[in-house]
Design a binder for this molecule. Sequence first.
Ligand SMILES: [Zn+2]
Length: 231
Amino acid sequence: MPGHNGEHDYGYLELFFRYFKMENSYKKLLEGNERFVTEKLSVDPDFFTNLAKQQTPEFLWIGCSDSRVPANEITGTKPGEIFVHRNIANMVVHTDVNFLSVLQYALEVLKVKHIIVCGHYGCGGVLTAMSQASMGLVDTWLRNIKEVYAKHEEELLAIEDMKKRSDRLVELNVCEQVKNLAKTSFIQQAWKSRSVQIHGWVYGLDTGKIKDLEVKVQKPEDLDPVFRYDI
Ligand SMILES: [Zn+2]
């Protein structure tokens, strides 16, 4: 069917099929699940029955919601190994009841030994926070990153290359979230009786590699006194 003014015209039939394809794209997830079950059972017939008994993960992962940074896949771990919390730009916000519940459960019930805050270069949340763009509700969330930017503005403005500047803000944001984690009463409570290590990592979307920022906040004394609780 020709277009009215020479533009592309896919015709009603093709439009219908494109719409049909989009509407049904979710089905590949269910088909993928069937393959997953078959593959796991072929290696270990008890895989799911064992996994269903209990979870004993050693790690809590705080990562970005970005679809390209899946915790298990990029760390070569299996289901049952990592307890996961994800949000836009891997933030640790002290008024976030969702995150605090995950943290408390991970520390007090699962007794995780390591907590990893993992950011990633090219993070859309960080890039948007660096700009003056307004996106509605998400502005409130990204405001936390703007505070990190303001705190480190001198260092950031000295980096002329915008990609390098945003990469550095990604790293600084991870370091600040590690500190925010240490400022919670839950981690300080856990530190009273055992060792819980906090790690700050950044994942490279274009390399697949994780960089350890080697953030050194491992005990209450690493924080300003005002953030230490008398627990
Ligand atoms: Zn991100």
